[in-house]
Design a protein. Structure first.
Length: 533
């Protein structure tokens, strides 16, 4: 009886899936052309925004790279010394296809370039902003000094927490091409970056590309604007830093444009799509859909029964495994968050859900920033630190408690990263104990040492009073005695001290008293100590 019920269930399920498959393929083919025609503007805008994000992230990475370079310059007493200039030149040579030059901009409006020139700064208004601690990306320009189209990123150089100069990096158009490496329409949409005057910094290369000239005006002057648009309105929008769509016809071919400011100086992105590609694209999809429908229809009958039967058997096992996984993870008292490689949450145990007052259904698929800690959207995020090969540990404060976050990679059997796991631990008691220990040490009238019980008696903590008594600084103890109490004890007292120490450790005494002499800095001194075990 059960077998007959199971058979009827699979037959009914087969019929439902068959009709659903036919309906979805029919609806899919029907909607392709409508979507291709009606959604061009939205897709152009979305794709342009994606490229803007790529540019902004690329500029942020450039700024961080320049900060590392700037840190290497401040080791020298003279910022513009020959060693620093040679160092900048070596950096340029490693990326000479993308970087035109590096330069140190001084407050006196003079700049020292990586290729050995000393020049007067023409765009000093940028330097004024940099000296205030700002990072500046300059306008896209074509100058005689740079001998072509370029832009610069200038960051402040700090020394002793003061801005002392600016580090300028002049980038060539090839550098920007690395930021614009994604597209839609199978690589047949075009994205261009220009300034407010129409000068292109970056042009996508393709045989059907609309813009082939250095200036956008050279192309649009010969074009016919459609749907009530005009060349004058286009220029007015660019001047006013507005975004918009425009349809034009050039050489009997229609093109749709989307233009928008990037948000940096006078930078603009212009995306362009030939109408003929939209028709060809939708036609190709419809043909592929029909072919695919035929293949699926032929295979569906043979495979669906096997598929559903296998699924029926495996579902029970999968549910058991999931229930066991949830059970085990929810028994862990510490909060745990599991994310995919895009940092979207796939699982949180009950301890974590309790902290953020959410249900599991509310958080699955949401970004990890749902935690809303002080480190979210910063480089101090534990996952960000892990990805930048730093110590993958961060901390945050919530409800007067301090939590430590430890991040680890999740990898598959091919050692490919498939996600991340973060564990949270309340370390408020540890911090409070450390504060209590520091307060206790500060209030003991004598000097205090905390040492390991190894052979060197390695010093872990030294009170200020101890340093005052012995006359050494922490740096002197670290350098001269390698942080070892044994090394500080005078030779004629060492044997007695070692024997007493071994006796105390063997007998597990809670304290002991002894006298010994330290190697003097000024004169011999006798120290009376009580060591707790």
């Amino acid at each position: 009886m059960k077998q007959k019920q199971t058979l009827r269930f699979f037959i009914a399920l087969f019929i439902v899936f068959a009709f659903a498959e036919i309906f979805f393929f029919y609806q899919y083919a029907k909607d392709v052309y409508r979507i291709s025609e009606d959604s061009n503007e939205e897709r152009l805008k979305e794709s342009a925004n994606q490229h803007v994000e790529l540019i902004l992230h690329g500029l942020e990475d450039d700024s961080n790279h320049l900060k590392d370079i700037a840190d290497n310059l401040t080791w020298s007493d003279t910022l513009t010394c020959e060693e620093n200039i040679q160092y900048l030149d070596s950096v340029v040579k490693k990326q000479e296809e993308e970087i035109l030059r590096l330069a140190i901009d001084l407050p006196n409006k003079m700049t020292y370039t990586s290729d050995g020139h000393i020049l007067k700064i023409n765009d000093s208004e940028y330097l004024d902003e940099v000296m205030q601690g700002k990072i500046v990306h300059t306008k896209i320009e074509k100058t005689q000094v740079e001998a072509g189209i370029s832009y610069s990123t200038i960051i402040p150089i700090y020394k002793d927490n003061q801005v002392i100069a600016g580090l300028r990096c002049v980038y060539q158009p090839a550098h920007l091409s690395k930021m614009l490496n994604s597209s839609i329409f199978q690589g047949k949409s075009y994205f261009n970056v220009m300034n407010g005057d129409g000068l292109f910094l970056y042009q996508a290369k393709h045989e059907k590309q609309l813009f082939q000239d250095e200036m956008i005006q050279d192309t649009l002057n010969a074009a016919h604007f459609l749907k009530g648009a005009s060349y004058e309105q286009f220029l007015a929008d660019i001047k006013a830093q507005k975004s918009g769509f425009v349809n034009i016809s050039l050489n009997d071919k229609e093109h749709e444009l989307y233009y928008a400011p990037i948000g940096i100086q006078n930078w603009y992105i212009v995306s362009e799509l030939p109408k003929e590609l939209v028709s060809a694209y939708s036609s190709d999809i419809q043909k592929e859909a029909l072919i695919l429908f035929g293949k699926v229809g032929a295979c569906f009958i043979a495979l669906s029964a096997v598929f559903f039967y296998s699924r029926y058997r495996s579902n029970n096992q999968l549910k058991k495994s999931n229930r066991y996984f949830h059970y085990v993870m929810n028994k862990v008292p510490s909060p745990i968050t599991i994310m995919d490689k895009d940092k979207n949450i796939t699982f949180m145990n009950e301890a974590a859900l309790h902290m953020i007052q959410k249900d599991l259904k509310e958080v699955v698929g949401k970004p990890c920033s749902i935690w809303k800690t002080q480190n979210c959207h910063t480089q101090n995020c534990a996952v960000c630190r892990l990805l930048h090969h730093k110590n993958p540990i961060s901390s945050f404060i919530r409800d007067d408690c301090t939590y430590m976050v430890n991040s680890s990679l999740l990898q598959n059997e091919k050692n490919e990263t498939i996600g991340f796991i973060e564990t949270f631990q309340n370390i408020s008691e540890v911090i409070e104990k450390e504060k209590e220990l520091a307060t206790l040490i500060d209030n003991i009238p004598g000097g205090v040492l905390l040492c390991d019980d190894d052979a060197d008696c390695t010093i872990q903590v030294m009170s200020d009073r101890f340093l005052e008594i012995v006359g050494y600084t922490q740096e002197e103890i670290r350098k001269d005695f390698h942080q070892s109490l044994s090394a500080m004890i005078r030779e004629d007292d060492k044997e007695a001290f070692y024997q007493l120490k071994q006796h105390v450790l063997t007998q597990k005494q809670t304290h002991f008293e002894t006298h010994y002499h330290l190697k003097p800095k000024i004169k011999d001194m006798s120290v009376f100590i009580i060591v707790g075990n």
